[in-house]
Design a protein around this ligand. Structure first.
Ligand code: ATP
Ligand code: MG
Length: 570
């Protein structure tokens, strides 16, 4: 079920030193060798502007734009905007922004299926003239009855034999608004007995009085997605029309339209859609999460929308690396969420400057440091990249450490602070546990320690094993820190008890807002969009929406290690 990245087993390694070829690259290689499409490679990403993009779309964007780049070809962005009821400019704008952010460059080739409405209408007339389309008066329910089932053929519509003249006149009147919504359709005349239900006289046009985000009120008939998609690819000269597996059964229909219209015929190639554990991927469900306020909007950092991932602090590089790593497959599978987290962790590990932040502070009093004393310590901004420099950190008499890093009677293997023990505090020295102060309830309120600036000093004749992070109580700044867990408590949120919905699987603890955090003072200068590694606590992103200058809010992008699952094979 849960899988490590799936690559097709038939990947091949060419002898020219290029990396192994997935099945789509193999098809394109073969086409190029055969001289198909005059040696052109032209792909596209065809979103419907009815929601925000999610990580599944990112896979399609990376795949399509990546192939265009690799073969020195072209990549189009085309909005498949055939359904006026659900589409909005807001979605168009956000999709463009997200595709660009992911590195998809459509240059000057931004298109809308609605730009082709006139052409599609002319083609409908052509099909009627050729006796290949007819106006049908069956209503939606009757049409369902006539359609048949997977095991039984359908029945021909009683309106199927209308004359060409009659059909032309009726279509003209449909377009002119002479019939009520839903009262007639234009259908392709193919084969009601076809084992492929998509070929059973599919609907090409419906009457629907709806305002379209681009064509306004010009049309009251709208082409179906199936009548639009293949021809839009054809008009744009797409050579390889890459889509997800559920469109495999539609391919014969797209082929039928292109062949019967005598127009350029792109090759459709299907690949398995991306599924990830602990998440839902359908736009409809994401919309429901937003509408019913289970999350804080499309850009909630727990959502696997591109907006959400951006606000969580993911980099586009890490998402591209993830998409590259999981490859393309011909069979559906589910990728472990840990792979996505691992990709961002890997990228941020290289580039995020280090800082110290204590999320749940415990006060430590360094008894041998004076009230006003300031001990200057030097900390590396990145342990592996000396070119990222160092910064000065002031140690003072009172510091904070993480509550978890103190355990009064810690066991032998507890290498942090405990009674009678010592621990190294990062970039400063060694502290040795002294008096433990408690309140009336018996809770530890502060720990007195002595400080030794020699980081290599021995304790009890032995090297000090543990190193913990800390901040100066005097200089630390307060900040809100948001920690995230999976939005769903189940690996497979769509699997529910009978009568349940995916919402039953929401994780009630997916967001923890920490208001007690104390951060090192250099972070006061953190700007919206900055990224840091807080040593030992994770990668953090300065929230671009809620941060106010001088009071940043930090979203945890990822923990330092994969605490949820083991990433295998690395
Ligand atoms: P959803 O099922 O989430 O509503 P959709 O397929 O209806 O998505 P579109 O806007 O039609 O959304 O998708 C645009 C492109 O993105 C299509 O080519 C589709 O094949 C691709 N795509 C959508 N979801 C995934 C996914 N999970 N993995 C890979 N590609 C996807
Ligand atoms: Mg779709």
């Amino acid at each position: 079920m849960n899988q490590a990245p799936t690559k097709d087993t038939d990947d091949t390694t060419p002898d020219d030193g290029r990396p192994s070829r997935n099945f789509i690259q193999q098809i394109i290689d073969t086409d190029l060798t055969a001289g198909k499409n005059e040696g052109r490679v032209h792909t596209r990403f065809p979103p419907e502007p009815n929601g925000y993009l999610h990580i599944g779309h990112a896979k399609s964007i990376c795949l399509n734009s990546g192939l265009a780049r690799e073969y020195d070809g072209k990549f189009n962005l085309r909005f498949d905007d055939t359904n006026p009821a659900k589409e909005e400019q807001e979605y168009v704008d956000s999709i463009m922004d997200d595709v660009r952010w992911l590195g998809g460059d459509w240059e000057d080739r931004l298109f809308f299926a609605s730009d082709y409405f006139d052409q599609l209408y002319e083609w409908a007339i052509q099909l009627i003239r050729d006796g290949k389309a007819f106006v049908c008066d069956l209503d939606a329910e009757q049409m369902r009855e006539y359609r048949g089932t997977l095991t039984e053929p359908g029945k021909e519509s009683p309106y199927r034999d209308r004359s060409v003249e009659q059909n032309l006149e009726l279509l003209e009147k449909m377009k002119a608004g002479e019939f009520p919504d839903g009262s007639k359709t234009l259908r392709a005349k193919i084969d009601m007995a076809s084992p492929n239900i998509n070929l059973r006289d599919p609907v090409m046009y419906r009457i629907k009085r709806a305002h379209h985000h681009r064509t306004g009120d010009k049309w009251c008939i709208y082409p179906s997605y199936d009548y639009t998609h293949g021809q839009s690819d054809s008009i744009e000269g797409i050579t390889h029309s890459i889509c997800t597996l559920e469109f495999e059964n539609h391919r014969p229909l797209y082929d039928w339209f292109c062949e019967n219209l005598g127009i350029h015929h792109p090759q459709q190639i299907e690949f398995a859609r991306l599924n990830i554990t602990y998440t839902v991927m359908s736009k409809r469900k994401l919309l429901q999460l937003v509408d019913e306020q289970h999350v804080d909007g499309w850009d909630d950092p727990r959502m696997l929308t591109i907006r959400g991932l951006r606000r969580r602090g993911y980099t586009s590089e890490s998402i591209r690396a993830f998409c590259e790593r999981i490859g393309v497959a011909k069979f559906n599978s589910t990728i472990d969420m840990a792979w996505l987290e691992d990709a961002v962790r890997e990228h941020l590990n290289e580039r995020a400057p280090r800082a110290m932040g204590v999320l749940r502070p415990l006060k430590i009093v360094l008894t041998n440091v004076g009230e006003d004393e300031e001990i200057e310590c030097e900390a590396a901004n990145h342990p592996q990249n000396p070119e990222m420099g160092t910064r000065k950190i002031m140690l003072t008499r009172e510091i904070f450490i993480e509550q978890d890093d103190f355990m009064e009677d810690g066991p032998k293997k507890f290498f942090r602070l405990k009674k009678g023990g010592a621990v190294r505090i990062r970039s400063a020295g060694i502290i040795e546990c002294g008096e433990i102060v408690k309140n009336e309830a018996g809770e530890v309120t502060e720990v007195h320690c002595s400080f030794n600036p020699d980081t290599t000093a021995l304790f009890d004749g032995k090297k000090v094993k543990g190193t913990i992070h800390w901040v100066s109580a005097k200089h630390a700044i307060d900040a809100e820190v948001r920690l995230y867990d999976h939005l769903f408590a189940s690996e497979t949120p769509d699997k529910t008890e009978e009568g349940g919905t995916f919402l039953d699987n929401l994780n009630p603890n997916s967001l923890e807002v920490v208001t007690t955090a104390k951060l090192e003072p250099s972070l006061v200068e953190a700007k919206a969009g900055d990224r840091f590694q807080f040593e030992r606590t994770g990668y953090f992103y300065v929230d671009p929406v809620d941060a106010i200058d001088g009071k940043p809010v930090f979203n945890r992008t990822a923990t330092l290690r994969d605490t949820w699952a083991k990433v295998k094979g690395k």
